[in-house]
Design a protein around this ligand. Structure first.
Ligand SMILES: Nc1nc2c(ncn2[C@@H]2O[C@H](COP(=O)(O)OP(=O)(O)OP(=O)(O)O)[C@@H](O)[C@H]2O)c(=O)[nH]1
Ligand SMILES: [Mg+2]
Length: 298
């Protein structure tokens, strides 16, 4: 049995989370069209007949503009420590730039073994993607494998999984078969709610939003009751999240609820509240703690 840990690395929006979903063949981590969708590390556990692979999804590495951004980048870099393989994803449409230089220097300073994937090849010429792949590989120390992929069409995904397996050690399973993630339901629920906000709102609103699940309980009738606070930075943003006559919050709630019900196989009651917390992204660690990022970062 091949067993090991694979850490995702790459700038925001390159398709790290999408590649994980493509490998699983279903949605396990949130994806949106906006950069900085993933905000904190999450481990998801892939099982098949001959392997158990823990994929560590991470926030994209970027130049932080505020304390919260710094926190995200730290979380990404910390998550790459102690993994068996780093899966470094490069966006075929963006190429190699400063974020890739920074990631490469983190990887090259450690003993990490790397698999390189140039993703989104459905959007560019294959020859261009292959050139980028070769050029990128020349900048990384220990490259185990290099591939071109599309999380959208599935091209290269089976080959990517095969390359990962080939390079993992033999071992005993780390987690029980039925465990999908190391995060609690409250985290998954908050992520799904935030994903819907990212998808339905624009400009500053998504990035100014944080979601904390304050309560999860199973009612006697079997319904899972989930109460969550949605934090925004300004009153005007609160108005946008609530929408005309509450239309927007209703939509966010019903889309998130449907997915949670699918995930849990149970009825869900979502109770959402919108609150204003000025400039939460610039506040110190105590505040970050408060807005639900308390799990692990140091
Ligand atoms: N055309 C195309 N789009 C893709 C592909 N992979 C991902 N995307 C899109 O790119 C966007 C970002 O995808 P994510 O998976 O959220 O990217 P990420 O690297 O996890 O981003 P962060 O969490 O922000 O760091 C989404 O709109 C995806 O649908 C691909 O292979 N082809
Ligand atoms: Mg992501």
């Amino acid at each position: 049995m091949k067993v090991g840990i694979v850490g995702m690395a790459g700038r925001p929006n390159v398709g790290k989370s999408s590649i994980i979903n493509a490998i699983f063949g279903r949605k396990v981590v949130i994806v949106t069209d906006k950069p900085q969708t993933t905000r904190n590390r999450i481990n998801v556990i892939y099982n098949d007949g001959d392997s158990q692979i823990v994929f560590v999804d991470t926030p994209g590495v970027h130049k932080p503009l505020h304390r919260f951004g710094e926190f995200m980048v730290k979380a990404a870099v910390a998550a790459l420590k102690g993994v068996d393989i780093v899966l470094f994803v490069i966006d075929a449409t963006r190429g190699w730039g400063e974020p890739e230089d920074n990631i490469a220097s983190v990887i090259n300073r450690s003993d990490s073994k790397t698999i390189l994937a140039v993703n989104k090849i459905d959007l560019v010429d294959e020859s261009k993607a292959r050139l980028l792949l070769e050029d990128s590989a020349s900048k990384i120390k220990n490259v185990l494998a290099k591939l071109v992929t599309s999380a959208k069409t599935g091209e290269g995904i089976a080959e990517l999984l095969a390359a990962v397996k080939e390079n993992l050690p033999e071992g005993e399973k780390l987690y029980p078969d039925d465990m999908l993630t190391d995060r609690p339901l409250s985290f998954m629920a908050a992520e799904l709610i935030r994903e819907k906000i990212f998808l339905l709102t624009k400009e500053e609103v998504p990035h100014s939003t944080a979601v904390i699940v304050e309560e999860v309980k199973e009612r006697p009738n079997g319904v899972i009751y989930i109460r969550a606070d949605i934090y925004v930075e300004r009153k005007s943003q609160k108005g946008i999240i609530i929408g005309n006559g509450g239309q927007m919050i209703k939509k966010i709630g019903s889309l998130a609820r449907e997915e949670l019900e699918y995930l849990l196989g149970k009825k869900v009651y979502l109770d959402l509240f919108v609150k204003v917390k000025e400039k939460w992204r610039q506040k110190d660690f105590i505040i970050l703690n408060e807005i639900g990022m308390r799990d692990e970062i140091e």
